[in-house]
Structures are given as structure tokens and as C-alpha cells.
Design a protein around this ligand. Structure first.
Ligand code: BG6
Length: 478
């Protein structure tokens, strides 16, 4: 659709930025915090880039006031952050750690003092290690109650101040690495366990949303989905079918359950045939239907292009975690689909396709199929940045990336998408789970590397000033 005139960004659009506890806080064992699975996993040799971990991260735990002051200077309207479950419940359940709650209380109060809307993510991958040791975390139904209890603790404490909540962050991406590639804890490679753990996570998500209705009736909640809209590599029926398979198994499989409480039929049939279908008990579908979201959070980085994959074709391939362009391998499910490079798109140094139009396509697909408002809870460019001798960082490439994606947001709004806000990843530079500190996303540079935390000095990049002006003009000047 070619619009003659674009609609403006809504008056109360949430111009935000995002982060996650493990990637920024540091203070991994302070004030009563228990270890998360990442505190343990990152210590296993060879698991992360140059052995990097979040023990110090960017020390946001101690520098949150400085960080919020920078957010205020930028004119941010919203800030998405996550709460570390083991900071609140060091053992995953049982006794609550008041010092943990107080940290987030101080952060939330600081944000509100500057008129910045807090967007609280309940879970961004840092499950307490105690629950992994006790019952295998997401592989046991016991987690449904423990997660609900943790969420209710936060609803009760912060429900009066926080109105936007994200339940699970990127369940799809995280479980893919936890149970298929083995690159996230617990480092398993087993599709059966993957689908079972996902079913349990869906139930936990639904239960936490159902409780939310009770404790925060005037708030809004939804999960954040890592959304890569699928494209077919060609119009050949074989590739079209591969694309349909991928869309069904990599997107609808999650989105249908979140929004409708149902699995897509053809995908479920296929999994039953393979012996990979999750165990569904009586009452599960009722719970799923009782916990549907108010909005969908969308984390968009790239579209993915799919083609036919023969039965003896590729499975999981090497992933580029070094920034050496061209080191990413195709991945897929033999007999169903495999990814392939899209010759129409440029890629980043980590081989992620740069596709702003894909964001508009994704927003429209989401609107057409589910009819829910959407919040873009992540979008951004991970790149090497150079700190110049004069202390500046010229990240024009990041400005170009974000600008082109915002242009597509405006197109999507004009198409009729109800877009609540835009929270680019990330506010400051953060630890990238598998790629260390050299893959940077922030508006604010943090001077540290994988081995040396240095002074952790904060330095606004060119993109910081650009985004400040975008916010000031409510998106009129991109
Ligand atoms: C998302 C996550 O997958 O993308 C973030 O929610 C993550 O936590 C971001 O950092 C960027 O991914 P990466 O691998 O480049 O750090």
C-alpha cells in the first residue's frame, strides 16, 4: 500500500529504550541475590565469547541514578527493564529478599520522578539456579506455581506504580537455544524436551497473566516475542510450502497459543507424528484461554527467508558469535524448511539481515491475525563501535537502521496497526549473552570490554542525540 499521507505517531506514544537485568546490573551476588542459571552457565569454559559474563556487566545496579539521569536528558518517555527473579527469591521461592525489591523500588521511583513510564519485564531468561537444581526449572510443572508466586509478589509491590508489564521475554528464542542448539542453559539438544518445556512456559505465562487481572486490574500485560516474519526464497511450490511450514512452526506455534490458547493444527499433527508433541493435560487449554494478553510485545531484528530442505538436509548450523561476517550457517528442520540468505538484503557483521520493511510486514501480520495492540519491545543494530580519541562515537549506521525502522512503524500505523510504543535495544551498551561486549546496541557507550571493566564510563553516542530530537518532535523529524 502506498499511502498519500502518513498518520502521525500517536500523542502518547511510548518512546522508550530497553534492557535486561543480567545484561546490565552486575552485582551478581550482592544484597542477598541468589545465583541465576546464567551466573553458573557463563563460568563453563567455551560457552560465551571470550568467557564474558554478567558479574559486573555495566554496573547498572550501582549506577542506576546516573543511567536514569541520562534517560531524562534524552527525553525518554518509557524504559523497559527486567527484574531478576533470584534477586527477589534467591531460592526461587520461599523467603522473599526485601533488599531485592527495594532496588527495583528505587529504580521505579527514580524513573517516575523524571516522568518516565516503567515497563517491567517479569522474566528475561535468568531463572534461579536453585529451581534448575531442584526440578529442572522450565522442564517441571512445579515452576508454574513458583513463577506465579514471584509475579504476584511484584504485582502487589509495584502494581500501583507500574502499568505496563511484559511477562516472558522471547520464550521462543531462549528455549530454542536452551533445548535445540544447546547454547543457553541448560544446554540441551532435544526437540521433545523443547516442546515440553515450551508448553510448561505457556502455562506459566497464562497463569501469571490470569493473576495479573486480579492484582493490577488497570494495567496491561503481554509477552515479548522474538518475531522474524518468514519469507519464501522463491515462488516455487516447494519453497512456498517450506515457508508455510516455517511460519507455522516458528511463529504461529507461539503466537496462537499466547493469543488464542490453541496450537496450530498442522504443526501439532506433525509433532505428534514425530513423537515431539508436548504432554497436554486436562485443564491446560482452559488455563491457556484464561491468560491471554492485552498486547503483544514484538522484538524485531530481522526477517528470515526459508527454502525447501530435503529429509537428509540441514539441522542446526554454526552461529556467528564473533562478528566475522559470513560465518553464520543455515539452519532448519530436515524435510520441513531451512533458512537461506536473502539476496535482496544487506546484513550486519553478525549476519543478521537488515530489513525495515519486514518490520511493517510483521506488524501487519500480527494485526491481521490477532487484532491486538503491539508494543515494539526491542529493535536495534548490534555493531562494533569506535570510541574516537576525542571521546565521541559516530554511529551513523545505527541512526540509519533505527530511522528506517521507525519510518516503517509509521507506515504500519497508517496501515491501521495500533502501536503502543517503540523500545529500541538498548539504552546503554549491554552484555550480549553469547557475543560479549563488542557487539554493541546502546545509545550510550559503556567503556569496557570482555576482560577489563575499566571505569565503565558512560558516553552518549551520536544516536543518543538523534533519538532525543526524534522524541522531542514526536517522530515528525526522523
Ligand atoms: C534479544 C534479547 O534476543 O536480542 C536480548 O531479548 C538480546 O536480550 C538481543 O541482547 C540482541 O541479541 P544479541 O545476541 O545480539 O545480544
Amino acid at each position: 500500500m502506498l499511502h498519500e499521507q502518513l498518520k502521525p505517531f500517536p500523542a502518547h506514544f511510548l518512546w522508550g529504550a530497553a534492557s535486561a537485568a543480567y545484561q546490565i546490573e552486575g552485582a551478581w551476588n550482592e544484597d542477598g541475590k541468589g545465583p541465576s542459571v546464567w551466573d553458573v552457565f557463563t563460568k563453563i569454559p567455551g560457552k560465551t565469547f571470550k568467557g564474558s559474563n554478567g558479574e559486573v556487566a555495566v554496573d547498572h545496579y550501582h549506577r542506576y541514578k546516573e543511567d536514569v539521569a541520562l534517560m531524562a536528558q534524552m527525553g525518554l518517555k518509557a524504559y523497559r527493564f527486567s527484574v531478576s527473579w533470584p534477586r527477589i527469591f534467591p531460592q526461587g521461592r520461599g523467603e522473599v529478599n526485601e533488599a531485592g525489591l527495594q532496588f527495583y523500588e528505587r529504580l521505579i521511583d527514580e524513573l517516575l520522578a523524571f516522568g518516565i513510564e516503567p515497563i517491567l519485564t517479569l522474566y528475561h531468561w535468568d531463572v534461579p539456579q536453585a529451581l534448575m537444581d531442584e526440578y529442572g526449572a522450565w522442564e517441571s510443572r512445579k515452576i508454574i506455581e513458583d513463577f506465579d508466586n514471584y509475579c504476584i509478589t511484584l504485582y502487589k509491590r509495584f502494581g500501583g506504580k507500574v502499568k505496563y508489564w511484559v511477562s516472558l521475554n522471547e520464550q521462543n528464542y531462549n528455549t530454542n537455544h536452551a533445548f535445540i542448539t544447546g547454547m543457553h542453559p541448560p544446554g540441551v539438544q532435544d526437540r521433545r524436551r523443547f516442546f515440553d518445556a515450551n508448553h510448561i512456559a505457556f502455562l506459566a505465562n497464562a497463569k501469571a497473566i490470569a493473576s495479573f487481572r486480579q492484582y493490577v486490574p488497570d494495567g496491561q500485560i503481554g509477552p515479548s516475542f522474538a518475531y522474524s516474519p518468514a519469507y519464501p526464497a522463491s515462488s516455487s511450490p516447494k519453497d512456498m510450502l517450506a515457508f508455510e511450514n516455517a511460519e507455522e512452526l516458528t511463529n504461529h506455534w507461539w503466537l496462537d497459543v499466547y493469543c488464542w490458547g490453541q496450537y496450530p493444527e498442522s504443526a501439532l499433527t506433525y509433532l505428534k507424528e514425530k513423537g515431539w508433541a508436548p504432554i497436554i493435560e486436562d485443564g491446560d487449554y482452559e488455563l491457556l484461554a484464561a491468560g491471554t494478553p492485552d498486547f503483544m510485545g514484538m522484538n524485531y531484528y530481522q526477517s528470515l527467508t526459508y527454502e525447501f530442505n530435503p529429509v537428509d538436509g540441514v539441522e542446526t548450523g554454526e552461529m556467528n558469535t564473533t562478528g566475522q561476517k559470513g560465518s553464520n550457517a543455515d539452519t532448519g528442520i530436515p524435510g520441513l524448511y531451512k533458512t537461506t540468505a536473502n539476496p535482496n538484503l544487506e546484513t550486519t557483521n553478525w549476519d543478521w539481515a537488515i530489513d525495515p520493511t519486514g518490520l511493517r510486514i510483521g506488524l501487519r501480520r500480527m494485526m491481521s491475525r490477532y487484532g491486538l495492540p503491539v508494543m515494539i519491545t526491542e529493535n536495534g543494530l548490534g555493531e562494533f563501535d569506535k570510541l574516537e580519541a576525542d571521546g565521541t562515537i559516530h554511529d551513523g549506521y545505527r541512526i540509519a537502521y533505527l530511522r528506517s525502522h521507525l519510518e516503517q512503524c509509521q507506515q504500519a500505523i497508517t496501515d491501521g496497526v495500533d502501536l503502543l510504543g517503540y523500545c529500541p535495544w538498548s539504552f546503554t551498551d549491554v552484555l550480549s549473552w553469547l557475543n560479549g561486549y563488542q557487539k554493541r546496541y546502546g545509545f550510550v557507550y559503556v567503556d569496557r570490554d570482555e576482560t577489563d571493566p575499566k571505569e565503565l564510563k558512560r558516553i552518549p553516542k551520536d544516536s543518543f542525540y538523534w533519538y532525543r530530537d526524534v522524541i522531542q518532535s514526536n517522530g515528525e523529524e526522523l
